[in-house]
Each structure stands twice: as C-alpha cells, then as structure tokens.
Design a protein around this ligand. Structure first.
Ligand code: VGL
Ligand code: ZN
Length: 201
C-alpha cells in the first residue's frame, strides 16, 4: 500500500522575490519538509520552460502578463517569464529537502504549457508519471506545493480522473488566485473526489 507525496513546483520563481511569486509561497517549505517523513515515496516536480516559451506574455508582443489567449489546445493564461530551464528561478527553494525518488520536469515543449504533472495542457500528451506510479504499485497520492489553483489543482484533477486516490493538503499549498481561480479550483477538486485536507472553508 504504497503512498506517494508529490511536491509540485516549489521553485524560487514561485516564492517571494521570484518572477511569478505566489503570495506567501515559501510558507509551504517547512510543512512539506515535515510531511516527507510520512511517505515512503517522494516525487518532486519542476516547471521547466525553454526561453521564449509560448506561455510567456513576452512571446506575444501585443499581450501583457495575466491576459489570456487562445492556443490550439485551448485557452491559456500568459505569465511573466518564469522557470527558464537551469536558471536560478527554476531551482528548488534552497530550504526544500530534495532527497526524493523522482524529479519530474514539465513544460519543456515550447508550444504547449503543462500545469499538470500527468498531462500537458492539451490534456492528452502524457508526462510519463502515470506509468511510473503504476509500475511502482502506487495508487494513493498526496499533493502539496505551488500553486494550489494551477499546477496542484490540474495535477489533482488528472490524478483523480486516472483513478488514483488523491488528497491535497492545503496547509502545504499556496495559490496565485487570479479572478477567483482558487475557489473554482477548490470546488472542481471537491467535485472530482479529491480529499481536501486542512480546508478552512
Ligand atoms: C504554475 C503558472 C505557470 C504553477 C506554473 O506551478 O502553478 N503556474 N506555470
Ligand atoms: Zn510555468
């Protein structure tokens, strides 16, 4: 009965001072480090974009950060440049324990973003994580990290759709919260059967 902790995108660019800072983002580091001891498998993800990635507003001359555009695979929020491969901003927060079994990188294809650690934003192109978990006999997942309403929620919804038993521990997550995106993400996760731990509301 293997259980995995999946630590989503606890990277410098999503922490205070970073290019796409999530409010209070670094507050997840201590609770995540403490949680790791409770799991036999720890997997960490990194948002890992090439320069000029299509999710960057700077790649669309007439667009500003946080506007949306239509991509061939659906609507896409445009972000400030962030998590460029091998940059300082893409490194894990320096206090995060990174002794995990697997580090999974995502968002490395220029033309498509990947919020979820299972599928890119077309909801079809797999990252390989589903196969990794199946091969290792892991069915129970707890997700934590950044940001609650984007990469954590997309990962949790895909995991539930794939038949995993999924919990999100909100004490170890922080949100970007663009235009109500946090409440939307929480209700979608609840509707999908994701267990929301430490949910105040
Ligand atoms: C994320 C926006 C863009 C996240 C990644 O980790 O939630 N959000 N890239
Ligand atoms: Zn990104």
């Amino acid at each position: 009965m293997s259980q995995a902790l999946i630590v989503i995108d606890v990277q410098n660019d999503f922490c205070p001072g970073g290019a796409l800072a999530v409010p209070d983002g670094d507050a997840v580091v201590a609770p995540i480090n403490a949680l790791m001891a409770e799991f036999d498998t720890v997997i960490l993800t990194q948002d890992w974009h090439p320069a000029g990635h299509s999710s960057f507003a700077s790649s669309h001359p007439e667009k500003a950060p946080f506007e949306e555009i239509e991509m061939p695979y659906g609507r896409q929020v445009l972000w400030p440049d962030h998590c460029e491969q091998a940059s300082e901003g893409a490194q894990f927060h320096p206090d995060l324990i990174t002794r995990g079994d697997l580090i999974l990188r995502k968002g490395f294809r220029r033309a498509i973003d990947s919020y979820s650690c299972f599928f890119e934003n077309d909801h079809k192109t797999g990252t390989g994580l589903e196969g990794y978990l199946h091969t290792r006999g892991i069915r129970d997942l707890t997700l934590v990290g950044l940001a609650t309403d984007y990469c954590v929620a997309y990962s949790a919804l895909d995991a539930a759709r794939l038949g995993f038993s999924v919990a999100v521990d909100l004490a170890a997550c922080r949100a970007i919260d663009l235009d109500g995106s946090l409440n939307k993400a929480l209700s979608e996760m609840q509707a999908a059967g994701v267990a929301l731990k430490n949910h105040a509301g």
